[in-house]
Design a protein around this ligand. Structure first.
Ligand SMILES: Cc1ncc(COP(=O)(O)O)c(C=O)c1O
Length: 444
C-alpha cells in the first residue's frame, strides 16, 4: 500500500462538510488541523476523503500501542460482551484489582502502593491534589512555568504553559506557586548548564522557601519529568533530583505527572526512570487505555484517604477501560515497544539533527525515545520564535500526508505510535523535510 497517499487536497469535500457542522454544533476547543479521521491501524490514518496519512501524533500521546491493535481490540470485545458497568464506586470488580496490582508492580518505588482510577489526565491530577492535601493536611502547591496538568479548576491552577488556558478563568485554586523549569535552551536565568549548578532547582529552597512560601505548608510539588505541552523540554537529571531532594527536606510530596510522557514513550516505561527519582504519587492517563478513557494515580499506600467517601467517581476504572489498560501494559512489554521507542527514536533524532545542520530555523532538537521535538527560530542567536514558519510546516506536512502537532511556542512534536518501524518513520521524516524546505522558501 502506498503511504502516504493524498487523493484530494485536505481538507477534501467530505472533511469540509464535517468541519462546517463541527463548528456549528461543538464548543470551540483546540482543533488545529483540518483532518477528519475515518479509520486507523498502526501508525496509519485514513480520512473521510480517503487520503492516507502517517501519524506522528498518536492521538496526542494516547495510541502508544498503535491504532486498533488487535490484542487490545479483542480484550475490549471480550469484556463488552460480559459486563460494561455496574458501579465500581459501590461494588467490586475483579479486573480493577488485577489492573491495580499490575500498576503497582510496573511503577517505580519498592514500597506498598495503591491506585485510584479516573477518566482523564486532569482528573488524575485533581485526585493527586486531593490526596496530597488529605494526607499532609497542608494546603499549598508548587508547579513549574510551562507545565500542563489539565484544564479543570484544580489542575488548571497548576497549568502554566499558555495564557489562553487561564485567561478569564481567574480565580483558580489558591495557594499554587510557579517557578521556572529547567528549559536550558532558553534558560530563564540566562545561565548555562552545567556551570549554572542547577540554580533553577536550588532557587526553590534558597529564595522561594525563604521569602515567599512557607515550605511546611506545601503539600506537594507537581512536575512533568519531560514537559509536554510546554515544548517537549527535557531537563538535566540533576534538576529533577534536586527538586526531589528539596521536597524530601521539607516533607513535601513529589507528584510525577506521566500523563503525556509515560507508557514507554520516552524509551522507559515512565519518564521519571531516566532521572533515578522515586515519586510519591504518579499521575497517569492518555496512553494507559490505548484510546478508551482511563486515568489513575498510583501512590504510596500510607497516603491513602482511608475514609469511605473522601474521594470517588462513577466511571473511574470502567470495565472496558480496565480491559484495555491491562492489554495495553502487556502489549507494551511483550511486543518490546519500549525498546522500539528507543531504537526508532534514535533513528528519528539523528535525522532531525541532520535537518538542523541543513535548515537554519531549526534552533533546537530535543527529546527522549519517541517523544521528540524541534523548535523553530527566526535567528539562532536571538532565538526569536518562528511561530508562522512552524505553523506553515505543519500545514504543508498534512497536505503531503504527515500528521503533526505543535507544542510550546514554536516547536513541533514528533510522537508516532511506539509500534512504528524505521521505514515508516523515515517516510514521515521525508515528508517533514520537504515541508520544511518548501516553508522556508516563503518569507515569514
Ligand atoms: C502532562 C499532562 N498532564 C495532564 C494532562 C491533561 O490530560 P486530559 O486532557 O486527559 O485531561 C495532559 C494533557 O495533555 C498532559 O499532557
Amino acid at each position: 500500500m502506498e503511504v502516504p497517499r493524498i487523493v484530494v487536497e485536505p481538507p477534501g469535500p467530505k472533511a469540509r462538510e464535517i468541519i462546517r457542522e463541527d463548528e456549528k454544533y461543538l464548543a470551540t476547543s483546540t482543533k488545529c488541523s483540518p483532518i477528519v479521521a475515518k479509520k486507523a491501524h498502526g501508525a496509519i490514518v485514513w480520512d473521510v476523503d480517503d487520503n492516507v496519512y502517517i501519524d506522528f501524533t498518536s492521538g496526542i500521546g494516547v495510541i502508544n500501542t498503535g491504532h486498533t491493535h488487535p490484542r487490545i481490540v479483542n480484550a475490549i470485545k471480550e469484556q463488552v460482551e460480559k459486563l460494561m458497568h455496574f458501579a465500581g464506586t459501590d461494588f467490586y470488580y475483579e479486573i480493577q484489582v488485577r489492573l491495580a496490582k499490575r500498576l503497582t508492580e510496573i511503577t517505580p518505588g519498592n514500597f506498598e502502593k495503591k491506585v485510584f482510577y479516573t477518566n482523564s489526565g486532569a482528573e488524575s491530577n485533581e485526585a493527586a491534589i486531593k490526596l496530597a492535601r488529605w494526607s499532609t493536611m497542608r494546603k499549598r502547591f508548587l508547579a513549574f512555568v510551562g507545565a500542563f496538568h489539565g484544564r479543570t479548576m484544580g489542575a488548571l491552577s497548576l497549568t502554566a504553559s499558555k495564557v489562553v488556558h487561564r485567561d478569564r478563568f481567574f480565580p483558580m485554586m489558591p495557594g499554587v506557586y510557579h517557578v521556572p523549569y529547567a528549559y536550558c535552551y532558553r534558560c530563564p536565568y540566562k545561565l548555562k548548564y552545567p556551570e549554572c549548578d542547577i540554580w533553577c532547582a536550588k532557587i526553590i529552597d534558597e529564595v522561594y522557601f525563604e521569602s515567599l512560601i512557607p515550605p511546611d505548608e506545601v503539600a506537594a510539588i507537581f512536575i512533568e519529568p519531560v514537559q509536554g505541552e510546554g515544548g517537549y523540554i527535557v531537563p538535566p537529571a540533576e534538576f529533577v533530583k534536586e527538586v526531589k531532594k528539596i521536597a524530601e527536606k521539607h516533607g513535601i510530596l513529589f507528584i510525577d505527572d506521566e500523563v503525556q510522557a509515560g507508557y514507554g514513550r520516552t524509551g522507559k516505561m515512565f519518564a521519571i526512570e531516566h532521572f533515578d527519582v522515586i515519586p510519591d504519587i504518579i499521575s497517569l492517563a492518555k496512553a494507559m487505555g490505548s484510546g478508551i478513557p482511563i486515568g489513575a494515580i498510583v501512590f504510596r499506600a500510607d497516603l491513602d484517604f482511608g475514609v469511605q467517601g473522601a474521594h470517588s467517581n462513577t466511571y473511574g476504572g470502567n470495565l472496558l477501560a480496565c480491559a484495555s489498560a491491562l492489554a495495553t501494559i502487556e502489549t507494551i512489554y511483550e511486543e518490546g515497544l519500549i525498546e522500539n521507542a528507543r531504537k526508532v527514536g534514535d533513528v528519528m533524532k539523528k535525522r532531525l539533527l541532520e535537518m538542523q545542520e541543513k535548515f537554519e530555523p531549526i534552533g533546537d532538537v530535543r527529546g527522549l525515545g519517541l517523544m521528540l521535538a524541534t523548535e523553530f527560530v527566526k535567528d539562532r542567536k536571538t532565538k526569536e520564535h518562528a511561530v508562522d514558519l512552524r505553523n506553515e510546516i505543519i500545514k504543508r506536512a498534512y497536505k503531503m500526508g504527515l500528521i503533526l502537532l505543535p507544542c510550546g511556542k514554536s516547536a513541533i512534536r514528533y510522537i508516532p505510535p511506539l509500534i512504528i518501524n524505521e521505514d515508516l518513520a523515515n517516510k514521515g521524516l521525508d515528508v517533514l523535510e520537504e515541508a520544511i524546505k518548501q516553508s522556508i522558501k516563503i518569507k515569514h
